[in-house]
Design a protein around this ligand. Structure first.
Ligand SMILES: [Zn+2]
Length: 372
């Protein structure tokens, strides 16, 4: 078995909700399964800032994603809440819902119009309609407050989102998806193994100072030995995590991970790859939690293809395996004269990585460090 260079308490940091899973989900799963201390930190858990006014809780045709329509259609004909909704819908919309050949853009427009009419007309909630629905804490807290028009819209929208994830507002969805995904590895906010920042998506490069403060908070609260950061790719949010992370975690064992993006992109030259064949299914399962995201990034085929590609590049000569999967990294181990040590909080007995050395792959496939 090839020895891993990851050790101690392992912190994974991502700018967006699915970055960690895509870049290093298999590595995270490997360590979490071995009951090693692992934590995820996501800087921008929401797609955009939630604007708390009535209008923003109305549906638009963009809220219905093509790939989700089939499951939404099935659900809208299947539960007691659905029966009630169907009773409110027009004949035309009911027909479109059961007709697989119905024009998609017309179906979306009708859905948005008719759901909006329901949202703003009455309280959707009754005990019976929501008997089988798990309501989120946010929804429950709204229910205990007096209901004005704007609050009614919001509450109704939350209720529909809880009943049908396809109808959930996107900014909230990402955080919920990320929470579900982290749960696959047993990580949670309550346990101090899942951290959400409160940065707006797309603005991390404008907030270095706050980002640095948040990283210091993570350092104090989780006390990592190994830290996974974005490589310096072409996304400004990723670049911010990379640059600020290098500074804050300079005495840690730092790995830069890779998120495949369509060409053109800055070339990625890995100096290490972690074999994740045993945990690739966890990675697939985590990525599947990010239902709102494009298949190009999180679909099973994408995950398996990319991970197999990296296995072939790194290990095909050494140990051919058609079910081999790997994740590539750049280890930052070039700081002359510095010797990183596991922190005293670490329960790892493994020796630390010596900085100022470089990674060398031996003929038998093991990695060692060589004096530079
Ligand atoms: Zn990202």
């Amino acid at each position: 078995m090839l020895k891993s260079l990851v050790f101690g308490r392992v912190l994974f940091i991502g700018a967006h909700c699915d970055d960690i899973e895509i870049g290093c989900g298999g590595t995270a799963a490997t360590f979490a399964r071995k009951k090693k201390p692992v934590a995820f930190a996501i800087a921008t858990p929401e797609d955009s800032q939630l604007i708390d006014n009535g209008a923003s809780f109305m549906f638009s045709t963009n809220d219905f994603k093509d790939k989700e329509l089939p499951s939404l259609r099935t659900k809208l004909t299947n539960t007691s809440l659905s029966e009630w909704l169907l009773g409110k819908f027009s004949n035309a919309l009911r027909k479109q819902l059961v007709n697989a050949k119905a024009d998609i853009s017309s179906l979306k427009a009708n859905l948005a119009n008719e759901l909006n009419a329901i949202l703003s007309s009455e309280q959707i909630y009754t005990n019976e309609r929501f008997a089988g629905t798990q309501l989120r804490a946010e929804t429950q807290s709204l229910m205990s407050k007096p209901v004005g028009h704007s609050a009614l819209l919001r509450l109704n929208r939350f209720l529909l989102g809880d009943a049908y994830i396809e109808l959930m507002r996107y900014p909230e969805r990402r955080r919920i998806e990320a929470t579900k995904s982290a749960q696959v590895l047993g990580l949670s906010e309550a346990d101090g193994t899942l951290f959400f920042g409160s940065f707006p998506d797309g603005e991390l490069d404008l907030r270095y100072k706050e980002l640095r403060d948040w990283f210091k908070y993570l350092d104090t609260h989780f006390k990592p030995d190994s830290v996974f950061l974005h490589r310096n790719d072409d996304h400004t949010d990723h670049q911010a995590i990379h640059k600020v992370g290098i500074g804050v975690f300079q005495t840690k064992n730092v790995f830069f991970y890779y998120i495949p993006r369509p060409s053109p992109e800055t070339p990625f030259d890995s100096n290490y790859a972690e074999i994740v064949s045993g945990s690739i299914q966890d990675k697939v399962k985590m990525c599947a939690c990010h239902e709102s995201q494009p298949d190009d990034y999180v679909h099973e085929d994408t995950i398996l293809t990319n991970a197999h590609y990296w296995y072939l590049r790194w290990y095909a000569r050494l140990k051919p395996d058609k079910n081999g999967y790997a994740e590539p990294f750049i280890i930052r181990g070039w700081r002359p004269g510095y010797y990183g040590e596991p922190s005293r909080y670490s329960d790892s007995a493994e020796t630390s990585i010596k900085y100022g050395l470089r990674v060398v792959r031996e003929p038998d496939g093991t990695f060692t460090w060589e004096g530079g």
